[in-house]
Ligand binder design. Structure first.
Ligand code: AHR
Length: 496
């Protein structure tokens, strides 16, 4: 048996938790949109072709924003191809994923899905092949009341009320050689600033996200981020981060400690923001939008061989992946001071928590920790003091056996502890010491655990790895004592 102690003080807060860290990402890629969200052939779809079983699962995930339409796809996308009567929409080649794009789903359909999910749309503009004018026109189409050519076009297409899209990404991964229209940091910044000016002249209330490095493996990281921040600072509200985790070598212990690497990545971007803020003597802040994050390493073939809705990037997630996702969200809470938006990449079929086929869907392992956080992490994030036994890992050195975060909602007088036991063999006896205010009772304990890190869900066995309600821990002399099984994620909901 190993031990950990958590010192929890509801007065020791990090920051308010932005609801937009519980976002998703839907790209025209593989079967995310087509056969995922939109599938007119399926008996499970409504009269508009929207899969109702998928919508129900998306509601459960409780995404507060959804980023759309890409991703690499956006860098060759002409948004005007995806509006108006469906029979007149052009069929085109999508160069990003070498697929056929029918344009049967576009901006208006996406906004309807967001409305039905009660989620904020987060739209990306094409700064690859697209022009500044195209970007401004799309804002006009979405956000102006009427009386101009593009806002009237929206009305003509059936939407009298403007969409009020608040969040806009200025392109996608423009540092990547794989990106159609890749630019240097300097050239990207110039284009982004001019697009931002035009877009905010159309609608000054929008908030803009500039492209940060597409990953920490890029040679230009983090210099790209510094340059982009310096050049675009006065025009943006957020800089993006993208990161995908992997267990390529099958080293579970190192993989479960991978959090250290992406926490370091986030800390670097946060420091770069501080550096630029200081250099500019600027009173404003720029925050981080981690608008692509997930596990992705098994299904990497991005060549759709010019098919419609090809099977691309359809990762099947296992228990260890779910534990990495849970720890990732712990990082989100621990850095709630700088992280204000995040989008799980992606929402359906493509590196996603939901997998569909024509007659049904199943929830992947990663679905469950995401739901636990998006439901329970509200209010403020707390600065936990963690004292824990450690173990050695080949890639990340010595790490704590526990990875933890905590939230506290002063209005609802409710808080949640999110705990991962990284050990593959040992129970972890965990004491929670309440400092300024003790919890009155444990409302619920949701737990995912198993002996096999490779255990996964499937159409045949959809509930193999899921969250279970388990027996609460015990209060002993004012402390809460919990026993966390090996390879586990636990969400402890507390009432104060
Ligand atoms: O999410 C899959 C792809 O990963 C996105 O299209 C791109 O932005 C990133 O490289």
């Amino acid at each position: 048996m190993k031990n950990a102690t958590l010192y929890l003080d509801t007065q020791r807060t990090i920051a308010d938790i932005s609801p937009y860290i519980f976002g998703g990402f839907a790209e025209h890629l593989g079967r995310c949109i087509y056969q995922g969200i939109y599938d007119p052939q399926s008996p499970l779809s409504d009269e508009n072709g929207i899969r109702q079983d998928v919508m129900e699962a998306l509601r459960e995930l409780n995404f507060r924003s959804i980023r759309y339409p890409g991703g690499n796809f956006v860098s060759g996308y002409h948004w005007e191809d995806g509006i108006g009567p469906k029979e007149r929409r052009p069929v085109k080649r999508d160069l990003a994923w070498r697929s056929i794009e029918t344009n049967q789903f576009g901006t208006d359909e996406f906004i309807k899905v967001c409305k039905a999910l009660n989620t904020q749309p987060m739209m990306a503009v094409n700064l690859g092949t697209g022009s500044i004018q195209d970007a401004a026109n799309l804002v006009e189409y979405c956000n102006l009341d009427g009386g101009t050519v593009y806002s009237d076009l929206r009305i003509q297409n059936g939407s009298e009320t403007p969409y009020g899209v608040k969040f806009w990404c200025l392109g996608n991964e423009m540092d990547g050689p794989w990106q159609v229209g890749q630019l240097s940091a300097e050239d990207y910044s110039k284009k982004a600033v001019q697009a931002a000016k035009a877009m905010k002249l159309i609608d000054p209330s929008i908030e803009l996200i500039a492209c940060g490095s597409s990953s920490s493996f890029m040679n230009s990281y983090p210099e790209w981020d510094r340059i982009v921040l310096e050049e675009t600072w006065d025009h943006i509200e957020y800089i993006s981060m993208h990161y995908y985790a992997s267990n390529q070598d099958g080293d579970t212990a190192s993989y479960l400690a991978h959090t250290h690497q992406f926490e370091q990545h986030l800390n670097t971007i946060a420091a770069t923001i501080q550096h630029v803020k200081a250099k500019k003597r600027s009173p404003k802040d720029v925050f981080i939008s981690w608008d692509e994050w997930n596990v992705w390493y098994r299904e990497t073939n991005g060549n759709g061989e010019w098919q419609e809705a090809p099977h691309l990037l359809e990762e099947v997630y296992n228990l260890e992946d779910a534990l990495v996702v849970a720890q990732w969200m712990n990082v989100f809470l621990r850095r709630a001071d700088v992280l204000k938006m995040a989008s799980l990449a992606q929402v359906v079929n493509v590196i996603a928590p939901i997998m569909t086929r024509a007659d049904g869907m199943f929830k992947q392992t990663i679905f469950h920790p995401f739901v636990a956080f998006s439901r329970h992490a509200a209010g403020q994030s707390l600065d936990l003091k963690v004292v824990s036994d450690t173990h050695d890992t080949a890639k990340q050195g010595s790490v704590s056996l526990i990875d933890a975060s905590a939230s506290f909602d002063p209005e609802r007088l409710e808080g949640t502890l999110f705990l991962v036991n990284r050990s593959q063999t040992e129970d972890l006896e965990t004491e929670v010491v309440f400092q300024s205010q003790a919890a009155r009772r444990v409302k619920a304990v949701h737990q995912m655990a198993g002996e096999d890190p490779k255990a996964h869900n499937s159409f045949e066995d959809p509930e193999n790895v899921t969250l279970q309600q388990v027996q609460a821990g015990e209060f002993q002399s004012g402390k809460l004592v919990l026993r966390l099984p090996p390879l586990s994620f636990t969400a402890v909901v507390l009432e104060y």
